[in-house]
Structures are given as C-alpha cells and as structure tokens.
Design a protein around this ligand. Structure first.
Ligand SMILES: *[C@@H]1O[C@H](CO)[C@@H](O)[C@H](O)[C@H]1NC(C)=O
Length: 384
C-alpha cells in the first residue's frame, strides 16, 4: 500500500510539472507571435533587478537599558550609532554646526553628493531630552558601512543644531524613529515608511529581537529584521494583535498580574523599544512591588529589588493570550551589587497610553511591527 502511494504521488507531480511547462511555452509563443515579446522580456528583467529584501541589522546592548544600531547617511556614507525607537517617528542626528553635540558623530552635508536641502525646521521633546534643528534630504542606509544595508534614497531627516543635557549625556549620536508618520514632527515620512513606499521590502513589517546581557556596554545584543520575521532568533508567531491607534504601536492590554495581585481593568499600551523598562500607573505598580518585595526610591524614581530575589513572573494578557515575563528580564543589574526592578512609575494623567511595554517585554517576546496591516505580532525570543 505504501509503495503504491509513493508511486502515485510521483506520477501526479510529473503531470503538474508538464502542465506548467506547456503553459509557459504557449504564453511565450503567443507573445512572440504578437510581437510583444521584446517588451515583455524587458519588463521581466526590470522586475528581477528590483530585488526586494529582508535585511537584518545587529544592535549593541548598553546595560540592558539601551540598544543602538548603526546607520549611514549621505554619499559616501557617514556613520552614526542611533537608538532604533518604536516610540517615536523622526530620524535625527547632530549637524556639524551643533555646539552641544560634542563627542558625537555629526553630519557634514558638504561631504555628501546626494544631499538636498529641505528648508523646514523641527523640534522634538522626548520622555527624556529634547532636540531641535533643520531638515535635510539624503540617502539613509540601515546597518553598518560595508554590511548588507537597507538603502533608502531621498529620506528626510533632522540635522540637530542643539540637543539638551539628557541627550548630550546619552551614548547615541541620534534617534531613528520607527513608528507611524502620523506621530512624526512636521509630518516627515519616517525612514522605514519611506522604504516601504519605495517597495524595498518583502513585507511591510519588521521584527525586534533583544537580548539580556547585564551590566556591560557596547556588546552584541540583538537584531532588527526589516521586511520579515526573525526566524533565527524568534519562535513561531503566537498572535497578531490589531492596533487601537496607528501613531505609536498602540493596542489593548486586557490585564496584568503578578503572584497574588491581579488587575483586569484593561489599558491602552504601546510597545516601545526606546523605553528601558515597563512603565505603568504608580498606584498599580505600588501593589505589584509589594508582592515582589521591591522598594521605591524617590530620588531615582525607580524601584530596587534584591539581586537574588526570585519573585513570581509578571503576566500580561493581550488578546486572550498570556505573556509571561520572568525575573531574568525584570531584575536588572545596575552594578555595585544593586538591582533595579523592571517596572517604573509613569502617570499619563488620562492622556495617551497608560502603559509602555519597553525592553524587558521585547527581550522576552520578539515583537513584529506591521506598518501597513496596523497590527503587532508576538513570538517567543529563542536566541541566546
Ligand atoms: C557601530 O559602530 C561603532 C563604531 O564603529 C562600533 O563600535 C559598534 O560596534 C557598531 N555597532 C554595531 C551594532 O555593529
């Protein structure tokens, strides 16, 4: 019986293959007969040249608090180390004229053959820090110089002429926002949206995989995959969750619990690679901190926890699925034998999302951000 089955399958496969060949041949014959073949051939060639892609970009980890990737701007490329931030939508780096950008790589437009002026000014206020300057247009490439880059021509970006103290003290040269255009200052088309508009990617989504490395700086710590899933570092997709607002990557969280504490009030939340911790209402966090034995320090605005504690995991319900975040992601080594708890108070006073699911959540679950489907996908992070 078995043998018969195999033979019959082979027979079937051959038949399908033959039908395929015949079809192609007749189509070509028809095109040649009608004189359209040369045009058709050119069209096929053009399609082949316009190769779409899935591009992976490594990022480096700074104390599990910040993840930086390299990009280049201009021709030839000038390289910058930037925060790849799903919680904002503008790209900026320091301009050569920026007096407050000491110690950072800055952009020199006179050295780029592809640079175009824009004329508009911009100013951005982040959760920590502010920056301002003018806009320019040039080729922006995701990834390091010499690596397999995602090259996006004619991208509008900010050239900062001044940045404030918080950003001066940060290790990054600038910030690359990955959220929706509707969130962008000056309604500038964000670099990745520009790549999608130019049909440069296989799929209009990207996947973030982040690693936990402890109190170390500038070590390999994850991958951003533009145009697809990260099949190397992420397991099978658990679910897509539709976005409730396509500005940030904002969606509904049904509930959050830890040990004996359970909250099923339901909240608007965002997934933000540019936020180091999970941030939420202080009234809720105080109760959760009580369960895990974390103590609030008003000086730093953070909760501290015993580095050897073994608290129950934090469980988050999104779309009926439970996402479990373990102590590995939530007890963060701050050096000097001190550890920070992975949740921090954030009170939005009723405006915008109530919670920010930052890096501890993304380290536990790869997040896939769909800019066209307006949804977010989660899969277990399985890389090491
Ligand atoms: C980015 O470039 C800097 C400077 O060349 C380098 O130290 C760093 O390792 C690079 N980062 C990544 C993620 O490759």
């Amino acid at each position: 019986m078995k043998l018969f089955l195999i033979l019959s399958l082979i027979g079937l496969a051959t038949a399908v293959l033959q039908i395929g060949i015949t079809k192609v041949a007749s189509r070509r014959t028809k095109l040649i007969q009608s004189g359209l073949w040369p045009t058709y051939f050119k069209y096929k060639q053009a399609l082949r040249l316009q190769s779409k892609a899935v591009v992976g970009q490594p990022v480096n980890d700074y104390d599990d608090a910040e993840y930086l990737g390299n990009i280049t701007i201009g021709t030839p490329g000038q390289q910058f180390s930037v925060v790849l931030d799903t919680g904002s939508a503008n790209l900026w780096v320091g301009d050569k004229s920026c007096a407050t950008c000491a110690g950072k790589n800055t952009f020199d437009q006179t050295k780029s053959s592809t640079y175009q002026a824009d004329g508009r000014s911009w100013s951005i206020q982040y959760g920590t820090g502010a920056a301002q300057g003018f806009l320019g247009i040039d080729t922006v490439a995701f990834g390091e110089m010499g690596a397999n880059q995602l090259v996006v021509p004619k991208t509008t970006f900010g050239q900062a002429t001044s940045i404030d103290m918080d950003l001066q003290q940060d290790v990054a040269d600038g910030i690359l926002g990955l959220a929706f255009q509707s969130l962008a200052v000056d309604n500038v088309v964000p670099p990745l949206v520009n790549a999608i508009n130019q049909n440069l990617l296989d799929n209009p989504y990207f996947t973030i995989y982040l690693q936990e490395k402890g109190a170390v700086e500038n070590v390999p710590g994850g991958t951003f995959t533009y145009g697809g899933f990260d099949t190397q570092n992420c397991g099978a997709l658990i679910a897509w969750q539709p976005l409730s607002s396509a500005t940030y990557f904002q969606f509904r969280m049904n509930g959050i619990s830890v040990g004996s504490y359970s909250n099923s009030k339901g909240y608007e939340v965002i997934s933000d690679s540019g936020t180091s911790l999970i941030a939420g209402p202080s009234s809720v966090l105080d109760k959760m901190a009580n369960v895990v034995g974390a103590t609030y320090d008003s000086g730093s605005g953070l909760y501290f926890i015993d580095c050897n504690a073994t608290p129950p995991p934090v469980k988050i319900n999104i779309g009926g699925n439970t996402y479990t975040i373990t102590e590995k992601q939530l007890i963060i080594d701050a050096g000097n034998g001190q550890c920070i708890w992975g949740l921090e108070p954030f009170d939005n006073n009723g405006f915008g999302p109530a919670w920010i699911l930052g890096d501890p959540f993304i380290r536990q679950y790869c997040n896939t951000y769909d800019l066209v489907g307006k949804r977010i996908g989660f899969s277990p992070a399985i890389g090491t």
